[in-house]
Design a protein around this ligand. Structure first.
Ligand SMILES: Nc1ncnc2c1ncn2[C@@H]1O[C@H](COP(=O)(O)OP(=O)(O)O)[C@@H](O)[C@H]1O
Ligand SMILES: [Mg+2]
Length: 206
């Protein structure tokens, strides 16, 4: 049975929500997006509900902000002050998947970076990384930022077409684990995602 994880990534749009939906759906876990910045075209919570085939138990966001940008700026635009007290871990037992916003050093509030928040939660991280060009630098920078704060990195999930050289370099230089790779799914549905998840992801390591 999986435990509680923070899913973050090297960037926005790397596939955190897709992976989180697969993970929460597979284990029937709770899913929490603490701060949703940008609501046009739907929220990550809504996508997780659909892509998990409604097997994830989606918790309400602490903050839902209109503008698709860094949470601290989205909050400023909406005239909302993000209170770290509202970003405490949900109580209750059982598997939990928390999805960050953007990457590891995204500001949630003026003086509060995502990684600082992760450190206070004390949960292991799953880092979602692209396989395309540029990923080694982004992945190793993210790993370094986590390690600097003594945050436990559980492993890496890759997104995209296989890139053996890059994946191997990141795992070796980052001294971490390969938790699998999800290929580009077309169509992307709850069914294709659930199938790809069991074939491509090391569920035995989760
Ligand atoms: N494995 C995949 N197959 C097909 N589409 C994907 C896959 N991973 C991500 N996408 C698409 O890429 C976009 C960004 O993914 P998303 O999970 O929302 O990224 P993030 O949460 O990191 O911002 C979305 O439109 C999503 O549907
Ligand atoms: Mg997302």
């Amino acid at each position: 049975m999986m435990q509680r994880y923070i899913v973050t990534g090297t960037d926005t749009d790397v596939g955190k929500t897709v992976f989180a939906a697969g993970l929460a759906g597979h284990f029937g876990a709770r899913y929490w997006k603490p701060v949703q910045a940008g609501t046009e075209g739907g929220t990550d919570s809504e996508r997780v509900q659909l892509l998990s085939g409604r097997r994830a138990a989606v918790l309400p966001e602490a903050y839902t902000l209109q503008t698709p940008c860094s949470p601290h700026e989205a909050a400023r635009i909406d005239g909302v002050a993000i209170d770290p007290e509202q970003l405490k871990l949900p109580t209750g037992d059982g598997p939990l998947v928390i999805e960050g916003a953007g990457g590891v050093l995204v500001p949630f509030a003026k003086d509060l970076l995502a990684a600082d928040l992760f450190a206070t939660w004390g949960l292991p991280i799953i880092l979602v990384c692209r396989t395309s060009l540029g990923t080694i630098n982004h992945s190793l920078l993210s790993i370094e930022a986590l390690r600097t704060r003594s945050i436990v990195l559980h492993g890496i999930v890759f997104m995209g077409e296989e890139n053996h050289a890059s994946e191997t370099a990141i795992i070796r230089l980052g001294d971490t684990r390969h938790l699998g790779r999800l290929p580009h799914l077309d169509p992307l549905t709850a069914t294709t995602l659930a199938e790809a998840f069991v074939t491509c992801i090391r569920t035995d390591l989760l």
